[in-house]
Write a protein that binds this ligand. Sequence first.
Ligand SMILES: C[S@@+](CC[C@H](N)C(=O)[O-])C[C@H]1O[C@@H](n2cnc3c(N)ncnc32)[C@H](O)[C@@H]1O
Length: 267
Amino acid sequence: MSKKHAGIVQKQFTKTAEAFSTFATRDTPEMLAERVAFAKPQPDEIALDVACGPGALVFAMAPHVHFARGIDLTHAMLRQALAFQAQLRITNACFDQGECERLPYPDAAFDLIMCQFALHHMPRPEAAIEEMKRVSKAEGRLLIADTLGPESDEKWELHNRIEVMRDPSHAASLRLTTFLKLFEEHGLSVLRQTLKPRPRSFHRWMLRAGVEASNRRYQEARRLIEEAIPGDRAGFSAQYDGDDLTIVHYEGMFLLGQQLAPESHSG
Ligand SMILES: C[S@@+](CC[C@H](N)C(=O)[O-])C[C@H]1O[C@@H](n2cnc3c(N)ncnc32)[C@H](O)[C@@H]1O
């Protein structure tokens, strides 16, 4: 990741660390339990959450594994994580500051590597995936969850333009087809996969990114989404809901394993 983009990510998530923790409605206990069950953690495993933010997935995973670590670029997010850890009294977890294209861990160090709702902040998601694979044991698993961009080029462009307007650290929401291609190119096979629509309030979505209704970016994003309702041209499946809008993000969750090199047969 370039220094410039790393600076944009840190600025955004320093500004919004508190709002993010308050408004991150997707991390309800049920949703976290669903992700934990999906990964099938084992009591002797060591897990790593890459771009862990305030640590919700680390804390959900910790009771099911031997040890859980989180790493994130943004100090303010890690401070939130440490405060939550103290409240929850979780002792088999810790947090590191670092960049996911250069993870400060040796090869094959983890059984389970997770990364949720963060690849869309990375201009080179392929570099992050390669690095996660490097620190995964050969028989380890990767759990990737992220919002998916629309498949149509026109919808994808407008969708991501609105996302960047809301949050300048957004790089791109990858399409399902792009994710599957990336996994294949990196020798990762999909063990399990789910795709789910996640409806949410536009207003709360903006607040979580630190953008108030009085802000020009709020108004512009809302205008673009409203104008694109006929034909769902921004791919948000937006609908009016009183003074607010309901928008939908499609979320993909993938459990990946490393493809074993085919055995070579001679003679
Ligand atoms: C939308 S938040 C998601 C946080 C957490 N995974 C969750 O679901 O609650 C994105 C996080 O990714 C982190 N991040 C973005 N780019 C990163 C990078 N290259 N290396 C490490 N962390 C990064 C940000 O600091 C931020 O905490």
